[in-house]
Design a protein around this ligand. Sequence first.
Ligand SMILES: Cc1cc2nc3c(=O)[nH]c(=O)nc-3n(C[C@H](O)[C@H](O)[C@H](O)COP(=O)(O)OP(=O)(O)OC[C@H]3O[C@@H](n4cnc5c(N)ncnc54)[C@H](O)[C@@H]3O)c2cc1C
Ligand code: HEM
Length: 405
Amino acid sequence: MLSESSAAVVTATLPAVQAHGTEITGRFYQRLFAAHPELLNIFNRGNQASGAQKAALAGAVVAYAAHLTGGATVPWGPILDRIAHKHASLGITPDQYTIVGRHLLAAVGEVLGEAVTPEVAAAWDEVYWLLACELIAREARLYAGAGLAEGEPVWREWRVTGQTEEAVDVVSFTLEPVDGGDVPGFTPGQYTSVAVDLDHGRGQQIRQYSLSGRPGADHWRITVKRVRGHAGVPDGVVSTFLHEHVSIGATLRLSPPFGEVSAVTGDGPLLLVSAGIGLTPAMAALEHLAVTAPERPVVLVHADRAGAAHAFRAELPRLHAALPNLRTTLWYERVEPGDEVDPVAVSPGRVDPKMIPLSPDSHVHLCGPLPFMNTVRGGLLRRGVPVERIAYEVFGPGMLRDDRG
Ligand SMILES: Cc1cc2nc3c(=O)[nH]c(=O)nc-3n(C[C@H](O)[C@H](O)[C@H](O)COP(=O)(O)OP(=O)(O)OC[C@H]3O[C@@H](n4cnc5c(N)ncnc54)[C@H](O)[C@@H]3O)c2cc1C
Ligand code: HEM
């Protein structure tokens, strides 16, 4: 808990910090990378360039300060879990919190100037360390749960043993540990971080990919959509690298499985709603249930631009044969002759949440672009699905806004 004196100072200075949040974290990253250029290999340079990560960090610190001073009612557990799982998948260590804290607080001082008296600095230092300690504790539990000894790196070498073109610009890689050891189990919905050494000495970059194969198999599978540049925005760095430079025989560094979102919660009816490459966690769920609970009632609603863009289309007949209570509805923005896949019909256009087949006690898992998930989640909430039954995964920094829109 924040001390009483610090709470009063934080409450008084929160509006100023909030107003300058993005500027503060922008300055923070400049300082951080100038002093510790090696951290450029851990942070996502795409998110840096687009500003997404700046907003995520600023948002988290300010929201936590508001939470500590009673100014917000956001449930913090899920937010901390999301950050801790992401951090664990990147191998973030407690000593890095000291570095980040030092530069973050110095950036507050630089941006707010004389307003940052020693009392103000001490109060914000307290906020930072309360948050940091919560995260460090959660991350320590995650590392231990993944079987890592204290300080043991998260990275392990995996060899690409298979490569499948799943759709236009979508490729799956199957991977096996180079050391021949165990393939860790995972919950459908979990992801691995993939670290690649870019060519031309551009250093390392790390991205997360959902495990799209069956938990318990003797290999892992990830499925990567190539992110193409448009209108002055460059091609995605890691997805392009994986598509262009990685093939059977190559090795990649992967983290253990992390991720707080399960795609198979409960044992009653399950509704999986996905769009585009957001299908990957649902695939792990379907492969898993086909073996562990084939009778479970499952509805899969998947949206895509067109049949040619829809990864795993060819798997649907096999999954329907293995899961007799699976019902699939597909929505393609462009339906072309031959797009029907027995026993599944395809509707034209975008998913209409009112048309989603729903059981009263369904657990829901959503994954796709944010606007898609906002629309579907809003529609399901309006149809009476309790908010706690809707889990979702965002393939980037951040979470959904918590409205019923
Ligand atoms: C939990 C989780 C699971 C995921 N699972 C999958 C999965 O199963 N399959 C999958 O394909 N992906 C998945 N992703 C997404 C994946 O991690 C990557 O984000 C994705 O592959 C893009 O990475 P990239 O390096 O190719 O693109 P980046 O280089 O990171 O670029 C991404 C975007 O950043 C923006 N950007 C980059 N540079 C600039 C710039 N200079 N100016 C403005 N904007 C810029 C652009 O919009 C660009 O499209 C997942 C993400 C998360 C968090
Ligand atoms: C109290 C301190 C910290 C807070 C509040 C914080 C907050 C966050 C948040 C909100 C995200 C985005 C999570 C998501 O939605 O995906 C994130 C991601 C990340 N954090 Fe932290 N973080 C902290 C400390 C650190 C430290 C010490 C490091 C290590 C240097 C670090 C490195 C990263 C990286 C590399 C990412 C992923 C960024 C990306 O790839 O875009 N963070 N953090």
